[in-house]
Design a protein around this ligand. Structure first.
Ligand code: C2E
Ligand code: CA
Ligand code: CA
Length: 863
């Protein structure tokens, strides 16, 4: 709980090493190594306990680059950030360091402020990444999340090539009904109960996860004795969880034959098996077997006829309109493929696209769709219709095609269209597979002028992780996400957050799958830009779309017709405040295409601009500005709360004193003049990323740590909050509150009323505590509250009583008999939190037994 972070300093020059250690010693535990070899053995000893490595490049025995390569290649250490110390501010050193995987660099001679600052920044970034890993666990049930489960299975299969395993998936047949009839909290309770059952059953024999709302999965060592009796027994236990007798569950089993089969596919097969007995009374499980193979036979038939279908023009494109939400004007369309087969009839893409993705035919079909899309655009241009854009789907297989850019350029040239008329939809999940390659390929396409949309965004959290690194223009929110999120008022925070984040990163947002007026209204309210969905129109043959376009085009004023680029947001903006015109000019040139640059030449102008534009990506501030000087701008920015998120990079000639003062006044970074414009660009990107990360952390904390109902911490939030308390907070008063008659309320007035009471109780606790105190709901009607620096036991008891009394008074005034009881215990140095919680629990038990509605203090003699 109360420990300092550890830093490893690797440097052969003992003078330099001592200097670094002195700089760091006040804030960190420092480990020292004289060369790479020594450093490696320290790494072995402390592993990920090391928060950061400061590394010299030129060393005997094993040089820095070799060491860096070893560290980055080893999964056990590769996530530890490394800052490289270089001889001078030369760009080649910087580039070499970064390309070897360093997180940052500092130049010699060492400047304490800079070093401390960079170290803190990098550690902070890494912790954000660690936070995101929390998403490894499913928020509701605490089981592994889908992606993480897959990853773990892969590891297990790799490590145990000779063992035999089964994948079991389960599906609750009438889960939606349970949610509808009993309410979502009850549904959630059921899921948590099932998760626990899974954990008990699988313990020691395998691992389990939740892969979809009501779908659980586990990997266990092979067994042969699956029987109906076994699953009947499990279903009976599931039904006991809610005291109702109508929950129906089905299991599918896939016995893994080939360890190299993708895990997703193995789970799909198990799920396919589960679905195959849907609605069949008395059947509880099915193995993936022959009958299921029939589906595969159909797949085979599709495979056999696909080539000739393309030749015989059986594939067609349909277009689905996209509208601007603000004025509901038509701005574009998505091209979606349809297969009209002479015998099978109209085939939906869901039938064949997944198959084509597997067998590779998708690349050919996609090229056909791109070609058709461009052909209709050319046709419309010739007819003088508004020059809108059309988006096409780009499969992940396309991205791995080295000729992708050439192919796309050839098509747009063939129809004499600028690439910006074509939007490329690339699914979110593609980005998580091989991020580097994807970023490079997509970045190249974007540089060529294609507009990049991230499709199905929100179907996994994975890419939030690296969103700010990705070369994209538009976020396309996944339809399931829209439909779920707009249905659940509690989680709309996430939708709002994503739209804010997008706004902030200068991305446009398209919501797809909009089906109702309510969804549209909600999306408009939170600031979404574009919509697509059945509410407006289904995908239609291109002639029908053309009629729509002609109608809309005719009714629009000319300046609105400039379709294609209307989708795009502007580039992020950077302010350059510098007295040197040549400097400004050089920066503007270097930043072209990356940032919009606004230049000013004195402090007044700088301040005026910053105040009007608090959402700048960064401000580059010369400390030697006139009227009066750069420091005054820094001071002003620090005072203004609205500007705290604005990264400021101070520039000046090399001068330790200026630098110290600038950092002290809140500058985020300092760069000495003269410098390469590229160095400044890198610094800005880093500063900008740090702010994006901060916002993200806040979001993830909210999502993972809060109780969805009351807004106070949940169990995990409580644990995290406990970690952040320190010695100065002692003594702590630890309370356990319990609502005395919530069950009765639920039964009498319904669960909605019960939820309202819980929410209200959360508010009461907040009103009686201070912001830094900790409040959490750890079970149905149990709350833990921790008040810091409690002067005495008597006061602790009195405070608890005050809360109990308030609850009783207010509720009896409202005519509802609600009371709460509490137990409190004091935590001193040397106590563990679980000890103290235990004591509070005992005191609560006494309060409940002796006098409901009261608060008892735990005392040694009371046991
Ligand atoms: P997608 O790219 O996410 O496309 C959106 C899908 O949602 C389309 O289904 C569209 O018809 C459907 N949709 C649009 N609005 C609504 C709505 O309001 N409610 C509902 N429930 N659905 C709506 P479609 O056309 O069946 O396509 C399914 C998927 O097949 C597409 O999902 C895409 O992944 C793939 N696909 C379709 N055409 C192509 C293609 O030419 N190339 C590639 N690679 N994939 C394609
Ligand atoms: Ca799409
Ligand atoms: Ca989509």
């Amino acid at each position: 709980m109360f420990s300092q972070k550890m830093i490893l300093v690797v440097e052969d020059n003992s003078l330099n090493r001592t200097l670094l250690c002195q700089i760091l010693a006040s804030d960190y535990n420092v480990l020292e190594a004289e060369n790479g070899q020594e450093a490696l053995s320290l790494l072995k000893q402390y592993g990920e306990g090391i928060s950061l490595i400061l590394l010299d490049i030129i060393m005997p025995v094993m040089d820095g680059y070799t060491f860096l390569s070893i560290v980055k290649a080893d999964p056990a250490y590769s996530s530890i950030p490394v800052i490289v110390t270089t001889q001078n501010d030369g760009e080649s050193d910087e580039v070499a360091a970064l390309s070897h995987g360093a997180a940052d660099f500092v130049a010699k001679p060492y400047r304490p402020q800079i070093i401390l600052h960079r170290v803190a920044n990098i550690i902070n970034l890494r912790e954000t990444a660690a936070m995101i890993n929390l998403i490894q666990y499913d928020r509701l049930t605490g089981l592994y999340s889908k992606e993480f489960f897959y990853q773990q299975v892969r590891k297990i299969l790799l490590r145990n090539p000779d063992k035999k395993y089964d994948i079991l998936c389960s599906d609750i047949e009438n889960f939606k009904l349970i949610n509808d009839v009993f309410g979502i909290p009850t549904g959630d309770r059921l899921l948590c109960g099932i998760a626990q059952l899974y954990q008990q059953e699988v313990k020691g024999k395998g691992i389990c996860g939740r892969i979809n709302s009501d779908q659980f999965v586990c990997l266990i060592e092979r067994r042969w004795d699956y029987s109906n009796t076994y699953f009947i027994n499990v279903v009976a236990r599931v039904n006991e969880l809610l005291d109702v007798q109508n929950i129906v569950m089905k299991w599918g089993i896939y016995s893994i034959q080939d360890h190299s089969l993708p895990v997703e596919q193995a789970c799909d097969r198990a799920l396919l098996a589960a679905r195959s007995i849907k609605g069949q009374y008395g059947k509880y499980f099915a193995k993936y077997d022959d009958t299921l193979r029939n589906r595969l036979l159909k797949d085979q038939a599709i495979t056999d006829s696909m080539e000739s279908a393309l030749d015989k023009n059986q594939f067609h494109i349909y277009l689905q309109p996209k509208y601007r939400i603000q004025d509901e004007s038509l701005v574009g369309a998505e091209a979606l493929v349809r297969w009209i087969h002479p015998e099978w009839g109209f085939q939906s893409p869901a039938e064949f696209i997944p198959l084509f993705e597997k067998n590779g035919f998708i690349t050919k079909l996609d090229q056909f769709v791109w070609d058709r899309a461009c052909a209709v655009l050319r046709d419309w241009d010739n007819k003088g219709l508004p020059p809108i854009s059309v988006s096409v789907n780009v499969s992940r297989a396309d991205i791995y095609n080295a000729d992708l850019a050439d192919i796309l350029m050839k098509i747009t040239r063939k129809y004499n269209l600028p690439p910006s008329r074509l939007h490329l939809e690339i699914t979110e999940s593609a980005y998580t597979e091989n991020p580097r390659q994807i970023i490079d390929t997509v970045g190249r396409l974007r540089d060529l002028g294609f507009v990049i949309e991230m499709d199905d965004f929100g179907s996994g959290y994975s890419s939030l992780n690296m969103l700010n690194e990705l070369p994209i223009d538009i976020l396309k929110l996944d339809m399931k996400f829209i439909q779920n999120e707009t249905a659940k008022p509690n989680s709309q925070g996430i939708l709002q957050f994503i739209i804010d984040l997008a706004r902030w990163m200068h991305l446009s947002v398209v919501a797809e799958g909009v089906e109702t007026k309510e969804q549209l209204a909600r999306l408009e309210e939170i600031g979404c830009d574009y919509v697509q969905g059945y509410y407006f129109a289904k995908p239609m043959p291109h002639k029908e779309f053309e009629a729509l376009l002609a109608e809309q085009g005719a009714s629009e004023p000319d300046e609105k017709k400039g379709g294609a680029l209307r989708f795009l947001k502007e580039l992020p903006a950077v302010l350059i405040a510098d007295e040197d015109a040549a400097y400004r000019k050089e920066v503007v040139r270097a930043f072209q295409g990356r940032y919009r640059v606004k230049c000013v030449e004195n402090c007044q102008q700088a301040l005026a601009y910053i105040e009007d534009h608090p959402k700048l990506a960064a401000a580059v501030l010369s400390l030697t500005l006139s009227e009066p000087d750069g420091f005054s701008v820094l001071e002003r920015v620090q005072r203004d709360k609205n500007l705290w998120n604005l990264p400021i990079i101070a520039t000046a000639p090399a001068d330790a004193e200026l630098e110290r003062k600038a950092l002290e006044l809140g500058a985020d970074d300092y760069i000495c003049k003269p410098h390469f414009p590229q160095s400044l660009l890198k610094r800005i990107q880093r500063a900008h990323n740090t702010v994006v990360n901060k916002e993200r952390t806040r979001f993830f904390q909210d999502a993972a740590y809060k109780d969805y109902l009351t807004g106070v911490f949940n169990r995990r939030g409580l644990e995290a909050a406990l970690d952040s308390l320190n010695k100065n907070d002692l003594p702590l008063a630890v309370y356990l509150f319990d609502l005395d008659n919530l069950k009765w309320c639920n039964d009498t007035f319904g669960h909605a009323e019960g939820d309202r009471i819980l929410t209200w109780f959360g508010t009461v606790l907040r009103e009686h505590t201070q912001e830094k105190d900790v409040i959490s709901r750890i079970g149905g009607d149990e709350f833990v509250t921790i008040i810091r620096k409690m002067p005495s036991e008597e006061l602790a008891q009195r405070k608890g009583q005050e809360i109990c009394t308030t609850v009783q008074e207010i509720s009896s005034r409202r005519g509802v008999e609600i009371s709460c009881s509490a137990g409190v215990a004091i935590m001193q140095v040397g106590d563990t939190i679980s000890q103290v919680l235990n004591r509070a629990d005992k005191a609560l038990y006494q309060a409940k037994n002796q006098k409901k509605g009261s608060c008892r203090l735990w005392k040694e003699e009371t046991i």
